[in-house]
Design a protein around this ligand. Structure first.
Ligand code: FE2
Length: 282
């Protein structure tokens, strides 16, 4: 299973000025089985930015592109509608007990506005077969409505856990815009509940974005005897990369002895893009 991990594309004012066609050529050269796009495809949750994202993703030569929502994608009351129209449409996970939700504006007030949907979270499960293995992708929405902080709703995690018990799969991976093991100035509040969920569900790895910096860490829970790895990719194509360059990550033969993890950093030059590869652990 070969995975291409991109994040924080940031169409709109935060998008870089480099030639995206050169970037797409490089991404397509990897020939990924799966593409994980871990959020912040927009700058300001505008429809034009979602449309640019759809056009960009449609040029990736991969049948399995999985995208999640990020904090920048949730600045609008219509964010979830646009995400579903332009990026991913499908069955969304509802809170197990809607009367107990604590996530701010999880439901918008339908008496005050005219929207197609009043439920603002985009959480879903997707099963994909790769090399004879059934891969379950748990796609969570950590973004808070009109905020850069993250919060994962406990009632959604309960519903996800219930749904997962009904499914048969070989490996489970989680996609979360906010990292769950590390923080920045806009962290995931109550990240413990997501960490517990990952450990309890036997999820093998977590793929994140948000910080615009690369970070690959391994957690070992010595009490429960479980662990997982978290892969945070920096921004693919943001103008805001003060602490690192733009980049993407590739994982060849993911989770096998033949695994090769490569960080490809990119710097715009006068006549194109310069690529620098770093193989992790070598
Ligand atoms: Fe971002």
């Amino acid at each position: 299973m070969d995975i291409l991990h991109i994040s924080d594309i940031h169409f709109g004012p935060y998008h870089w000025s480099a030639d995206d066609s050169l970037l797409l050529d490089r991404l397509n050269a990897f020939k990924a089985d799966l593409v994980f796009n871990t959020g912040d495809q927009t700058s300001d949750s505008l429809q034009g930015e979602f449309e640019e994202t759809r056009a960009f993703l449609s040029k990736l030569n991969c049948p399995n592109i999985v995208s999640i929502i990020g904090n920048h994608d949730k600045y609008s009351r219509r964010s979830h509608e646009m995400f579903r129209e332009f990026i991913h449409d499908g069955q969304l996970i509802q809170p197990k007990d809607p009367s107990k939700v604590d996530k701010h504006k999880l439901f918008l007030d339908e008496t005050k506005m005219n929207l197609d949907s009043y439920f603002t979270d985009v959480n879903y499960l997707r099963q994909i077969k790769v090399d004879g293995e059934d891969i379950l992708l748990v796609c969570i929405d950590t973004a808070l409505f009109q905020s850069d902080f993250g919060l994962m709703e406990e009632q959604i995690l309960r519903s996800l856990a219930d749904e997962m018990t009904k499914l048969t799969y070989d490996r489970a991976l989680l996609l979360s815009h906010h990292p769950i093991l590390s923080t920045d100035n806009d962290p995931l509040i109550s990240s413990r509940r997501v960490t517990d969920f990952v450990l309890d569900q036997g999820i093998e790895a977590v793929f994140c974005g948000h910080t615009h910096e690369v970070d690959i860490v391994k957690l070992s829970d010595l009490v429960r005897g479980r662990g997982f790895r978290q892969f945070t990719s920096g921004s693919l194509s943001s103008a805001n990369v003060s602490r690192d360059t733009n980049m993407f990550c590739t994982y060849e033969n993911f989770g096998t002895p033949a695994e090769v993890i490569t960080i490809t950093r990119m710097t715009p030059t006068v006549d194109g893009l310069e690529f620098t590869e770093t193989v992790v652990g070598r």
